[in-house]
Design a protein. Structure first.
Length: 158
């Protein structure tokens, strides 16, 4: 009986230590990320590669349905800026993209929160069936889409 009690005590001690290490480690990492994300804008580039011959249709649907939602998020203060570019000439097919949309979020915390734009979309687009059909089409005509969060590189650092 004495040995079983000792084993239980040791197991509880080990369990509590593992839990403490996990909580301290996780809490410290969260604090550091939160502090980094509160003060600086967070930039993400979104690349879109449309199927051949559909780039104009893609950007027309983007302008009609998605861009107004992003502009509304700028008005709300979540986003600081939304811009888009297209390459003047075309690159090789394996590196081809048709549009790069750059979104500057207020900070990293905002960029990674669980904001749901569905309420905005319902308010802005009363014909929900048409909206979602066009959004589905916008993604059907894509060959590829990728997101690229950016980080600053200090060129003066040694």
């Amino acid at each position: 009986m004495k040995g079983a009690t000792r084993v239980r005590t040791v197991l509880w001690f080990v369990l509590l230590m593992v839990l403490a290490i996990f909580v301290v480690g996780f809490g410290g990492r969260t604090s550091a990320q939160s502090m980094d994300g509160k003060d600086k804008p967070f930039v993400v580039e979104y690349y879109y590669k449309a199927k051949w011959g559909h780039a104009d249709e893609f950007i027309a649907l983007f302008r009609k349905n998605h861009y107004p939602v992003l502009k509304k998020e700028v008005e709300l203060g979540r986003l600081l800026k939304v811009t888009a570019v297209a390459p003047f000439y075309h690159p090789t097919e394996d590196g081809r993209w048709d549009y790069r949309v750059t979104i500057v979020y207020k900070n990293a915390t905002v960029a990674h929160d669980d904001f749901d734009s569905k309420a905005l979309i319902k308010q802005m687009y009363p014909d929900q069936e048409a909206y979602w059909k066009e959004e589905q089409r916008r993604f059907e005509i894509l060959d590829a889409h990728w997101d690229l969060p950016l980080k600053d590189v200090d060129l003066e650092a040694k």
